[in-house]
Design a protein around this ligand. Structure first.
Ligand code: SF4
Ligand code: FES
Length: 272
């Protein structure tokens, strides 16, 4: 209904995938004609459905500003953040379809079970393991801009999992470590303060590590934070291959050799 003197509200058809494991045998579509304005995000569209049509609709969100990573959904088959995607961009078609992120089990409606990723994230030691013990008396742990640049891009990951929903290999085999876990692993391995590279490399060498990646690159296309996980995977294919060949050159301590080579490279960067 429009207010006198104002143009009638436009509506857009939002088709949402619904699933309640206690009632539904399979996911089903439900359509809503939602009044919208040009500044409304897809997340706001979902909130309008919940407020005005069906309070049982379930979806995740928190920050509304592309920071928390919780509002990822498939919009017309493409993984996107709901809070960063706008209804106006679908106005030409007059409709859009919203589904839960692909490749994850559905908990309810648009909420997916992300325990597989959380387990992988915990497994990559996602924190800095100091090379040597330090105390507050040692002062700040300084890094040069070059040392920061080695990992900064990869530290922008918000764990939104759009890259997993885009990854055909993860869709085929959920044992694959996957784009974000590899990007975050690389973030810590590339940090000059860290000393846990050797243990993390074991996961990259493993069958479900970097060599499972088929280099499609869609993960980087859909990433909303410019992390470029495909780049992290490619860099670590090189690192993994270097480690492999160093085993033949120096059978004893081959991993340490590769580790020292990496240290030298970052130290060199620090001096330039
Ligand atoms: S790498 Fe990008 S797409 Fe993947 S979880 Fe991190 S922010 Fe999201
Ligand atoms: S609500 Fe936090 S990223 Fe969208």
């Amino acid at each position: 209904m429009s207010t006198p003197g104002q143009p009638p509200a436009r509506t857009i058809r939002i088709e949402v995938m619904r699933y309640d494991g206690e009632r539904d045998r399979a996911p089903r579509w439900q359509g809503f004609d939602v009044p919208y304005s040009d500044d409304m995000s897809v997340l706001q569209g979902l909130q309008a459905i919940k407020d005005q049509f069906d309070g049982s609709l379930s979806f995740r969100w928190s920050c509304r500003m592309a920071i928390c990573g919780s509002c990822g959904v498939m919009v017309d088959g493409v993984p996107k953040l709901g809070c960063q995607t706008f209804l106006r961009d679908y106005a030409h078609a007059g409709r859009l379809r919203i589904e839960p992120l692909a490749h994850f089990p559905i908990e309810r409606d648009l909420v997916v079970d992300i325990r597989d990723f959380i387990g992988k994230l915990e497994g990559i030691t996602p924190y800095i393991v100091p090379k040597q013990a330090r105390s507050p008396d040692d002062g700040e742990y300084l890094q040069t801009p070059q040392q920061l640049a080695m990992f900064e891009q990869f530290s922008s990951c918000i764990n939104c999992l759009l890259c997993y929903a885009a990854c055909p290999q993860y869709g085929l085999d959920d044992q694959f470590l996957g784009p974000a876990a590899i990007a975050l692993l690389h973030r810590y391995n590339a940090d000059s303060r860290d000393g846990a590279r050797v243990q993390r490399m074991q996961q990259l060498h493993a069958e479900e590590g970097v060599w499972s990646c088929t280099a499609v690159g869609y993960c980087s296309e859909v990433c909303p934070k410019g992390v470029d996980p495909a780049n992290a995977v490619n860099q670590n294919k090189v690192e993994s291959a270097k480690d492999y060949f160093l085993r033949f050159v120096a059978p004893k301590g081959a991993h340490n050799g590769a580790d020292k080579a990496t240290d030298k490279a970052t130290d060199k960067g620090a001096k330039t």
